[in-house]
Design a protein. Structure first.
Length: 439
């Protein structure tokens, strides 16, 4: 029976496999919701830092699924763990006690030095969970009056695209026509109605002084990813942490994109020698093969939870727990954070040698980097440059029209870094030849 069923499944898969790149794109336009802006490169197969399309065209992947594939596509050890766990038990829910979840909880709390973990699935779930936990902590521990708790964030930060996480962003393009949003949550000082600017501790200090008794948390990206890899000044995160401590406010670092070795250390905030009250993880925690996220905090914060207050069918599932342990072990054993630091420096040094009026700035930490395009030269936006990169065999996606995020797997080699620099230089040279936009 099982063999017959598998044969039927395989036949169905074959029957629905697009015959070409063109047909794949046609079906995508016809059957998939138009909820994402997409570079029209088809991904049929991937390994390490390499991608192939339906017709065998090869690309270097410098998107890495928004930095989620830090260990490289289909890392053999992570895939092996996934396969072995899938043959044992993949899902039981928290109605019972998944053994692998308990192992993962002990492992990840020891790895990052926190008392407890609340496992979830997507990064946005982890952030929503952190917000929810901070609010309850505010009511129970800080004694904030009922329904008055405030969660502050920083303008320009991105924490996800659910209703709750969009409440803490200032991106009007994402927010329009989806409100109303969570009250008393976001990057605006409720008293002055002014934005709390990223990398500006004076704004945060003013907001805390104005609202301090009712503020339960301040949430921030250590480096702004979606905004274009915006790196704060040295000392910004440390001062934020100090201000939060002064006002008895929980400091939440959203390390969903920056964490797990991407920026040259296991977590980016290590570079500021601070310890946030709450840390959210995701993306690379799943090793590029399974969605896993986590919220880390100490007992005096985690103890606000009661039974069933933040339950999840898939949160802490055995499959994800096993994969996350494997994903972290790969980063540790293969010294991927250290590789990111060294190779990121090599990459930026290579890009800095490209002398072109098209390049406004190269910035990054580790292998989380951005090339900012000067829009007074060449085609109208960074999208055009991304398509020139695609033609030459490198995949990356723009953000905010002017920035191209360049985030390859941390397993990339020096030779592949140098090859990427050459491709980018060639694409920029072609970009220069395009006519400037009309003024």
């Amino acid at each position: 029976m099982s063999t017959d069923t598998y044969a039927k499944i395989a036949a169905t898969m074959d029957a629905y496999k697009p015959a070409s790149v063109a047909q794949t794109l046609e079906w995508e336009k016809k059957y998939v919701a138009r909820n994402s802006s997409t570079i029209e490169a088809v991904v049929s197969k991937a390994q390490g830092v390499h991608i192939w399309d339906t017709e065998g065209k090869h690309y270097l992947d410098f998107g890495s699924a928004f930095a989620a594939v830090s260990q490289g596509h289909c890392h053999p050890d992570i895939v092996r763990v996934l396969y072995e766990q899938a043959q044992t038990v993949s899902l039981s829910s928290r109605a019972f006690v998944p053994e692998k979840m308990v192992s993962f909880a002990k492992y990840i709390t020891e790895t990052f030095g926190y008392d407890r973990v609340l496992p979830m699935n997507a990064g946005a779930e982890a952030v929503e969970t952190a917000i929810k936990m901070a609010r309850k902590w505010g009511y129970l521990k800080k004694k904030i009056p009922e329904n008055q708790a405030i969660v502050l964030s920083a303008a320009g930060c991105y924490h996800g695209i659910t209703t709750g996480t969009m409440s803490v962003t200032s991106n009007d393009v994402l927010r329009t026509n989806f409100g109303p949003y969570l009250p008393n949550v976001g990057p605006i000082d409720p008293v002055t109605k002014k934005y709390i600017r990223y990398n500006n501790t004076d704004d945060l200090e003013e907001a805390l002084k104005n609202n301090g008794p009712n503020v339960c948390a301040f949430l921030v990206e250590p480096i702004q990813g979606e905004a274009g890899v915006i790196i704060p000044d040295t000392g910004y995160l440390k001062r934020c942490a100090e201000l939060c401590k002064e006002h008895n406010v929980l400091f939440i670092c959203d390390e969903v994109q920056t964490g797990i070795g991407r920026t040259g250390t296991m977590l980016y905030h290590y570079q500021e020698n601070i310890r946030p009250d709450i840390v959210t993880l995701g993306k690379a925690l799943g090793g590029g093969v399974f969605p896993v996220s986590a919220v880390l905090a100490d007992e005096h914060i985690m103890d606000v939870w009661g039974p069933d207050e933040n339950d999840s069918t898939w949160g802490g599932n055995p499959l994800g727990s096993a994969v996350a342990m494997a994903a972290l072990e790969v980063v540790k054993h293969e010294k991927l954070a250290e590789r990111a630091a060294v190779l990121g420096k090599r990459f930026r040094e290579g890009l800095s040698k490209i002398q072109s009026p098209v390049v406004k700035e190269i910035r990054g930490r580790g292998l989380l980097n951005a090339l900012e395009v000067n829009l007074t030269h060449g085609p109208r936006t960074a999208w055009d440059l991304c398509y020139l990169l695609m033609e030459r065999g490198l995949l990356a996606k723009p953000t905010h029209q002017t920035n191209i995020r360049l985030s390859p797997a941390l397993t990339i080699t020096e030779q592949e870094i140098d090859e990427a620099v050459d491709i980018i230089a060639q694409a920029i040279a072609d970009f220069e030849k395009r006519p400037a936009p009309a003024q």
